[in-house]
Design a protein around this ligand. Structure first.
Ligand code: ATR
Length: 286
């Protein structure tokens, strides 16, 4: 089969994404566009792998020489025990979303947090050092982002979570990397008042509950950056309200693009064609 600049032949290298569910994933269209754009002879598919098939899948990766795999819900933790090596960042976060297969040696990486930070820098705020950051939510996504942000020398990171214990645990686990503190939801309004960057990592506001927002209108100061990991819708209620209040806004699509860009770069050693990747994903969302 042939499309412009993309020929599948006996040298084609296999890639893919695993998850359960997986048929909603935009990774295949994004990554195949990246291969076409750069002339890499690869093909990237989505594999529906249930938890009971994870070990068999890894056997398949080794047997077939699948070069790269993205890992999504619910396998980011369980995949770790199947790796031959784990990148220190992924180890600290406690989750792997990208596997690189070097001649049968599997290394696990986490590109979610660094993907988020690269997106934030490129699209909204190039200077994270010295900034006061508020992160809403303390789940898996938050953990990767807090770890990556902590490496950027912020003035402080305040974590607010509905379940306060999880916020405290997360703040504690990275307390050696940055000035971290946990607050309850009751403390969120005050934390937002002097925050430079406020990030929603929860699912509040996600389709189909698009009328919900984790913060109220007017909590953020005027020149703050409001950032949301959600990209369906592209502009959440949180971002709409923040924009009306004069904030800069940053949606979640960039994190998805850049976590994929890092994976592409780890696999191929080439610079990811980020603009083309974004164009393809955006076109599929509209
Ligand atoms: P993810 O990988 O997307 O981070 P997760 O690990 O399940 O998923 O974490 C979900 C996060 O969203 C948590 O911070 C969760 O808060 P709790 O720890 O209190 O459960 C938050 N969250 C989900 N639904 C929420 C809601 N309706 N209101 C407030 N927070 C919510």
């Amino acid at each position: 089969e042939e499309t412009a600049g993309h020929r599948i032949d006996s040298h084609t290298v296999l890639y893919g994404v695993i998850g359960d569910p997986i048929r909603h994933s935009k990774s295949p269209i994004m990554m195949n566009r990246a291969f076409r754009e750069t002339g890499v002879n690869g093909v990237y598919a989505a594999y529906h792998i249930t938890s009971d098939k994870l070990a068999d899948f890894i056997g398949g990766v080794r047997a077939m020489g699948i070069r790269g795999v993205n890992v999504t819900i619910p396998h980011k933790l369980d995949i770790m025990k199947h790796m031959d090596a784990i990148d220190p960042g992924a180890e600290a976060i406690g989750a792997v979303n990208t596997i690189v297969n070097d001649n049968g040696r599997l290394t696990g990486y986490n590109t979610d947090g660094i993907g988020y930070v690269r997106s934030l820098k490129e699209e909204a705020e190039p200077a994270i050092a010295g900034k006061r950051i508020v992160v809403i939510g303390a789940g898996g996504a938050s953990r990767g982002i807090v770890y990556a942000l902590a490496g950027e020398k912020p003035a402080s990171i305040t974590i607010a979570n509905r379940t306060e214990d999880r916020a405290r645990e997360l703040a504690q686990s990275f307390s050696s990397l940055a000035e971290l503190r946990a607050v309850t939801y009751d403390g969120l309004q005050e934390a937002c008042r002097d925050a430079d960057i406020v990030i929603n990592t929860t699912s509040v506001g996600m389709h189909p509950h698009t009328d919900a927002s984790p913060v109220e209108a007017g909590w953020l100061k005027q020149d703050a950056v409001a950032s949301d990991l959600i990209y369906n819708p592209l502009k959440t209620k949180f971002l709409q309200q923040a924009e009306q209040a004069g904030c800069r806004i940053h949606g979640g699509l960039g994190m998805f693009i850049y976590q994929g860009a890092y994976a592409f770069e780890y696999w191929t050693g080439q610079t990811a064609p980020v603009a083309a990747m974004r164009e393809t994903v955006l076109a599929s969302l509209i």
